[in-house]
Design a protein around this ligand. Structure first.
Ligand code: HEC
Length: 164
């Protein structure tokens, strides 16, 4: 494979990752119960997770905050939609469907606000880069912006929203 392809931003216009849903970083389908356990843990299970990046703690809402979801959606449309679909289809980067199940909230937050640190040190992020051949850019979101996008990702994955 030619190195030049790796750094070519022209890849932005092409399907750098294809839409190969059988990619190696996707976890094998797990029984529902395991997924539930995992979701329970992610909120406060930083003990096992090596945190790379500047976000060390994330407070989750259950049910979701509708205003955060709305703000997150607007940010997504402006700054992420060019590379990430809301389905599981890959474009430049992986589709966001299921992202809150395959990654922890802290991992997602750091991938958004501190992608360079993640790509330098986090093995999962590095594996994604190998597949996608494009670096996830730092979009200069504040932590509050990123938190809104995370809320929107949970919404996209079907988590219930509080009534206004
Ligand atoms: C220029 C294209 C591009 C833009 C714009 C972009 N990303 Fe990415 N993103 C990628 C690529 C490529 C990857 C996978 C390779 C990597 O990590 O470098 C990725 C990976 C991710 C991941 C990990 C996905 C997974 O399945 O684990 C998350 C989360 C993410 N991006 C969030 C965002 C958010 C939120 C925004 C908008 C604020 C955004 N990205 C904007 C290209 C982009």
């Amino acid at each position: 494979m030619k190195k030049a392809v790796l750094i070519s931003l022209i890849a932005l216009g092409m399907s750098a990752c294809g839409d190969n849903s059988q990619n190696t970083t996707e976890p094998q389908a797990k029984p529902k119960s395991m997924l539930a356990d995992q979701a329970q843990q992610t909120a406060n299970a930083t003990s096992e997770e090596v945190i790379v990046g500047r976000v060390k703690e994330v407070q989750l809402n259950d049910p979701l905050d509708p205003e955060m979801v709305a703000r997150g959606k607007a940010i997504y449309e402006m700054k992420c939609a060019a590379c990430h679909k809301l389905t599981d289809q890959r474009v430049v980067g992986p589709g966001f469907k299921g992202v809150t199940e395959r990654r922890s909230p802290i991992w997602i937050m750091n991938m958004i606000v501190d992608p360079d640190a993640m790509l330098e040190k986090d093995p999962v992020a590095q594996e994604l880069l190998k597949e996608c051949l494009v670096r996830m850019p730092n979009q200069n979101l504040t932590e509050a912006d990123a938190r809104d996008v995370l809320e929107f990702m949970f919404f996209n994955d079907g988590k219930p929203v509080a009534e206004k």
